[in-house]
Ligand binder design. Structure first.
Ligand SMILES: [Zn+2]
Length: 138
């Protein structure tokens, strides 16, 4: 298991995307209760899915979606405290950080990478699911 602070771009992105969606009420401490357990291995550059686990189980198993003009994010709260942070249909700004982590490289993110996370949130808007799917090249 990897401490979330070892992935500062993902951690920053996670915090900001939850703040972006005011409907989502965080009932856990993201920094101390969650650990990263793995990453999606599909190899698609528009997938930046991260698997996490909480030290305690969730109150209920559920799925929470945040659909935006910059990709789809699904939070799957699963049994035993597992959380799948599914991020699809966008080249997410922490993508390269998780690619490095998959190879065991936890070197410092560059200033440019931090700026790309900031840029992501500058023109971010909610989209309906239909709109998001029409905009993708499936
Ligand atoms: Zn994937």
């Amino acid at each position: 298991m990897i401490k979330i602070e070892k992935l500062p771009l993902f951690s920053y992105f996670f915090k900001e995307i939850l703040a972006f969606d005011s409907n989502f009420k965080l009932e856990f401490d993201r920094d101390t209760e969650l650990f990263v357990t793995g990453f999606c291995q599909c190899g698609d550059t528009d997938c930046a899915t991260v698997y996490l686990k909480r030290v305690k189980p969730w109150r209920e198993e559920t799925v929470y979606d945040i659909t935006t003009n910059k990709g789809l994010i699904f939070l799957h709260f699963r049994e035993n405290g597992c959380l799948e942070f599914e991020a699809l249909t966008y080249n997410f700004p922490y993508y390269h950080e998780i690619q490095r982590a998959m190879k065991g490289d936890f070197s410092q993110a560059s200033d440019e990478e931090y700026k790309s996370v900031e840029r992501y949130f500058k023109v971010l808007a909610h989209e309906s699911m239909n709109q998001v799917i029409l905009d993708c090249d499936f």
